[in-house]
Structure formats: C-alpha cells, structure tokens
Design a protein. Structure first.
Length: 302
C-alpha cells in the first residue's frame, strides 16, 4: 500500500508526541483539538494502522508509530534545512554548515587557529557550531541533525564512517603557582593527592576518561571538584582548585592557557593517545560541508 506522508500532518503528529497530548499540541500549533485529532487520524489512515495510544494520561507510540516518528523528525529537519538553504541563496549567502565538535577542542587554539580563519576565508558561509561528547556529535550526523563532526574515535556508533586526521593525547595541567608545577616529573600518587578536577561522574564522558586515568595509575576516585564543561574545568584549574586532565592535539603546543602549565608524568600509557577526525554522511552534497571538511584536513594538524 502506498504511504502518503503529508509534512504538515507529520508536524502535527510529532508535536503530539513531543508535547505528550492532543491539547498541548493544539496550543503549540494554534489549532483546535479536533483539528489535531483529525490530522493524526488521517496520518494513521495513510499509514494503514494505529500510530498512537493514549493511556494513563500519556501518549504512547506503537511499533509503527515509532518508525513514523523517526522518519517524521528526519523529514521535518530536512524541510527546515531546505528552507534555510533557499533563504541563504536568496540573500546572497554561499551556504551553511552545521558542525559538531568534541569538547576536547573547546579551546583557544582551535577557535583561534582553525575556526576564525575559516570564517574569514569563507565570508558568506554561515557556520553553526556546537561542542559536545564525540559519540553524541557523531550520532547527530547520522541522524541528520549535523552535517559534519570533528571528534575523537571513542566508542562511536558502529555505522560511523570515521576519517582520521591526527592524534590527540591526554595531558595533565595545573596553575602556574600550583605546588606540582615546579617539578620535573610528577607521579600519579602526587596528582592523586593534589586532586583532580573532573567531569561529573554521571556524565557520558566520565567512563572514557576514567579508563585512561586508570592506565596512568589513577585507579581511585581522586576527584575534588566535578564540573560539566571543559572551559569551566580549565578556569577552575587556573584558579588553583586542582589538576585537570584534557586532550590536546599531539602536533600542537601543549600549553592551552597562559595560566596553566603541563605536568610531566611517566610512563605514559598507549591509551593516552587517541585518533581525532571527521564524521560525515556519504550522501551529503552540501558544498559548504565539503569546504569545511577540506579546511579541517588542511588546518587541524597545522
């Protein structure tokens, strides 16, 4: 049976699901509740079966409804992207690209030496950028929420096509006036006693960092301060709250801040070095995405 998917009805359906009810969806879309119910019923008729069940004051997706919901989110996102692309063309802009970046690169050298020159060299290209966990950003590319991801190869989705650009390595940083900053070589025990500034233990990245820290000999919980977000952790380290462990490109100067200095710890385990690279969909024809990918290949390891 052919399936006729009307975009407006898909929008109504998604809104009912995400607002958890017909009345809430009607208020969000400025429609009457009977109109919302009509569009959902017509969508179910087009799809040949029930998509939603309403029980215990909550909306529940059927198996078919889950499939339609996933497809609807993708189709509506593509509609929004098309609208934005056409607007760019009509306004004389060259295009836009949505970039997801590992929070490991949420540092001055990346923004100053890679992103700022790209924006200067590609005036007219609108860049949307966000920082997050590598797995989440890679999945967002697969889900068409992003066009390109620049991430670490850490537990990425199995279907991810990953292009290696360079390596990053884990380094320990402390404030310049920190007691450990003057030593030639520090031990894992000394870092543990000084205390680590870490991501919250409930954070998705904490599992990955903990594995690497364990290989350094920091098997116990030495966290003295848990902060979400790399920039906040760097500020806390600069203020003398403890030592921070973060990844920096292996080709880059190890100093990520004038207020912080690297600590030399030996031996360095193999797990302290991780590949960094790009995730992109093979069916993406966006010229702006290709330009940014080429720029990252050329400049990310410069």
């Amino acid at each position: 049976m052919p399936v006729n998917l009307d975009l407006f009805r898909l929008l109504v359906f998604v809104t009912v699901v995400e607002r958890n009810g017909y009345s809430a969806a009607a208020r969000r879309l400025n429609l009457s509740q009977p109109t919302v119910s009509h569009h959902v019923a017509e969508l179910e008729r087009s799809c040949g079966g029930q998509l939603l069940r309403y029980a215990e004051r909550s909306v529940h997706l059927t198996a078919a409804g889950q499939e339609v919901y996933r497809a609807a989110v993708t189709m509506l996102a593509e509609q929004d992207r098309l609208r934005a692309t056409l607007d760019d063309l009509y306004q004389g802009r060259r295009g836009r690209v949505r970039l997801g970046v590992s929070m490991a690169f949420e540092q001055q050298h990346f923004v100053g030496q890679v992103i700022a020159p790209f924006c200067e060299a590609h005036r007219g290209t609108r860049l949307s950028m966000r920082f997050g966990h590598s797995r989440r950003e890679a999945q967002a590319v697969l889900d068409r929420e992003l066009d390109l991801a620049y991430v670490l190869r850490w537990h990425l989705p199995a279907e991810t096509k990953f292009e290696v650009l360079h390596e990053v390595r884990l380094v320990f940083l402390a404030a310049r006036d920190h007691p450990l900053a003057g030593g030639e070589v520090v031990s894992a025990d000394e870092i543990g006693r000084a205390g680590l500034i870490t991501t919250p233990l409930t954070g998705i990245e904490s599992v990955f960092y903990r594995d690497v820290l364990r290989d350094f000999g920091l098997a116990e919980d030495y966290s003295v301060l848990e902060i979400e977000g790399l920039q906040s952790r760097l500020l806390a380290a600069a203020a003398g709250c403890g030592v921070i462990a973060t990844f920096v490109p292996a080709h880059h100067s190890i100093t990520v801040s004038d207020a912080l200095v690297p600590l030399r710890i030996e031996p360095v385990p193999a797990s302290a070095t991780v590949d960094a690279g790009l995730v992109r969909r093979s069916d993406d024809p966006n010229a702006a995405t290709s330009e940014l990918a080429a720029w990252l290949r050329e400049h990310a390891s410069a």
